[in-house]
Design a protein around this ligand. Structure first.
Ligand SMILES: Nc1ncnc2c1ncn2[C@@H]1O[C@H](COP(=O)(O)OP(=O)(O)OP(=O)(O)O)[C@@H](O)[C@H]1O
Ligand SMILES: [Mg+2]
Length: 244
């Protein structure tokens, strides 16, 4: 479904992502895990062309993303931005309805889907008429999730989607999205630096360091057969990282 081949991104002389290759299967939840600044967001943004690669290729459903119109790609691929990324002049209801409207959904269908999502995400109805500036950080983040999931895209890219939530809400929202039907058929690429979140949600984890993938494996394999001391240390550090 997503094939990344020898992907490199340089910003001036700085190499943020180096020769990265990774294939993500249909329906898989792949977690990009790694230290701050290791290239997770940059990698994610190259998948939907928010950042253009310096070299290498990405194919989505067999087609090179560089050969697809960026706006088409972003309609097909849900994207949850690290800080929520909401337009300040759109209410919550308008934000969630953005892509459904582009796809010509009727008002009743939009209303139903909106209600379903805000229930799953534990957001109160009263929020629908508010603007992003009138929301908490955790609420903004969940509205960003609702917006990205609205049309049930087959691929969703999530950049630290639960970073601003307290542990209780985080668990509930994760259970609603990953434990039930919502994301079962969806290919998810999720960025986090939270080891326990990665272990809980991932089918496979790609552990990154300094722009490279150090190891790609199932959570079990990563724990039982770490490829290096870095991998072992990163996973061992769990209790500390939870309080990052
Ligand atoms: N536009 C840019 N120009 C120059 N350097 C950049 C640019 N965007 C990112 N970088 C650098 O590339 C590296 C990777 O950044 P990236 O945002 O991908 O990290 P990350 O793994 O998502 O980190 P975090 O966990 O802190 O979000 C960082 O060192 C960052 O400073
Ligand atoms: Mg990032």
């Amino acid at each position: 479904m997503i094939e990344i081949r020898n992907l490199t991104k340089r910003f001036a002389s700085y190499t943020a992502v180096f020769d990265l290759s990774l294939t993500i299967a249909q329906g898989e939840t792949l977690v990009l895990l790694g230290t701050s600044g290791c290239g997770k967001t940059t990698t994610l943004k190259m998948v939907n062309r928010l950042i253009e690669p310096t070299s290498g290729s990405i194919r989505v459903d067999g087609v090179d993303v560089m050969k697809q119109a960026a706006f088409e790609l972003r309609r097909r691929i849900g994207y949850v931005i690290q800080d929520g990324g909401l337009f300040p002049h759109y209410t919550v209801a308008e934000a969630i309805a953005t892509v459904p409207k582009l796809l010509d959904w009727g008002p009743e269908m939009i209303r139903e889907r909106t209600n379903e999502l805000i229930n799953k995400l534990r957001l109160p109805q009263t929020l629908l008429a508010r603007y992003p500036a009138e929301l908490s950080g955790g609420q903004r983040q969940r509205v960003g999730l609702a917006r990205a999931l609205a049309v049930r895209p087959s691929i969703v890219l999530m950049d630290e989607p639960f970073g601003a939530l307290d542990p209780f809400t985080r668990r509930q929202v994760r259970r609603e999205l990953f434990g039930l039907n919502e994301l079962r058929e969806t290919t998810v690429v999720l960025v986090t630096h939270d080891v326990s979140e990665a272990l809980e949600l991932a089918d496979r984890i790609a552990l990154m360091d300094a722009g490279r993938i150090v190891q790609v494996a199932t959570p079990d394999a990563l724990l039982t057969s770490p490829a290096s001391d870095f991998v072992r240390d990163f996973l061992d550090d769990k209790p500390h990282r939870l309080h990052d």
